[in-house]
Design a protein around this ligand. Structure first.
Ligand code: NAP
Length: 253
């Protein structure tokens, strides 16, 4: 069975992607950094409710050694690695005047360096997966990396400039790697709009009302909406270097 690694899969969007990939027939590594219990529960749910295997593995993706160990653990558990979703991310609401260089770096470390660290460690295994001569090699999706960016990569965000910068950086990383790694490995991004998770749970009712007024489909995104996009990009053999905007029409590009 092919294997996938989803970073930041203990909750929210990453959890939905891990569960979706498992339902689609992939063994999955559920990465987390601090929510051990939640990540183990996600892996347990996958094992009991799908025909796939799953393990929870702790790693701070911003640490290159942790990222390398995470990839090693994936290959050890499942014998190879076909798809990576760089979903782990952190957000912080601070105006630039109050933002310390350390906090700026810490968001960049997880959101951009983390994707770089995991992708770099995974690349030899993804290339190896591309070379494997399987009976249905012509129809099997080519190995892929999907980076979870954000609508804020395009719009910027006054109160979270480091987050917006990190998500814009991910789009540059995506295109660079798509060119570098072709034809063996495809690399794409997803730019979600507002999705209901822990990351957006602190909104006031007034903020929610204002946000919803900007979304033509008149609802927030759900983690499953992003999982649908991740499954599409995993399987879309002729799509690389692309960003799929999943935002309910909030920003039409
Ligand atoms: P979330 O609910 O806050 O979950 C974040 C996940 O990332 C958790 O699993 C967390 O693990 C993990 N994580 C954080 N730092 C990590 C690190 N250094 N190493 C490994 N894992 C780490 O966030 P979400 O809303 O699902 O967001 C997922 C992704 O979508 C993020 O990249 C986010 O920027 C992006 N996004 C979200 C929205 C939205 O509206 N929610 C919109 C656009 C883009 P622990 O549980 O162990 O802390």
């Amino acid at each position: 069975m092919p294997a996938a690694l989803v970073t930041g899969a203990s909750r929210g969007i990453g959890r939905a992607i891990a569960e979706r990939f498992a339902r689609d027939g992939y063994d999955v590594v559920v990465n987390y950094v601090s929510s051990a219990q939640k990540a183990r529960a996600v892996a347990e749910t996958i094992r009991t409710e799908t025909g796939s295997d799953a393990v929870a593995v702790r790693a701070d993706v911003g640490d290159p050694d942790d990222a390398a160990d995470l990839v090693d653990a994936t290959v050890e558990a499942f014998g190879g690695l076909s798809h990576v979703v760089n979903n782990a991310g952190v957000d912080q609401h601070v105006y630039t005047e109050d933002l310390s260089p350390e906090d700026f770096d810490s968001v960049m470390d997880t959101n951009v360096n983390g994707a770089f660290n995991v992708t770099k460690a995974a690349l030899p295994h993804l290339r190896e997966a591309a070379e494997q001569d399987t009976p249905d090699a012509d129809s099997a999706p080519t190995p892929s990396v999907t980076n979870v960016s954000s609508i804020l990569a395009y719009t910027g965000a006054p109160v979270e400039c480091h987050y917006a910068a990190s998500k814009a950086g991910l789009l540059g990383l995506t295109k660079s790697h798509a060119g570098d790694f072709a034809p063996e490995v495809r690399v794409n991004a997803i730019a979600p709009g507002h999705v209901e998770t822990d990351m957006t749970a602190d909104r006031t009712e007034a903020e929610k009302e204002a946000e919803l007024a900007e979304i033509p489909v008149e609802r927030y995104g759900q983690p499953a909406d992003i999982a649908d996009a991740a499954a599409y990009l995993r399987d879309a053999g002729f799509v690389t270097g692309e960003t799929l905007n999943v935002n309910g029409g909030e920003l039409m590009r």
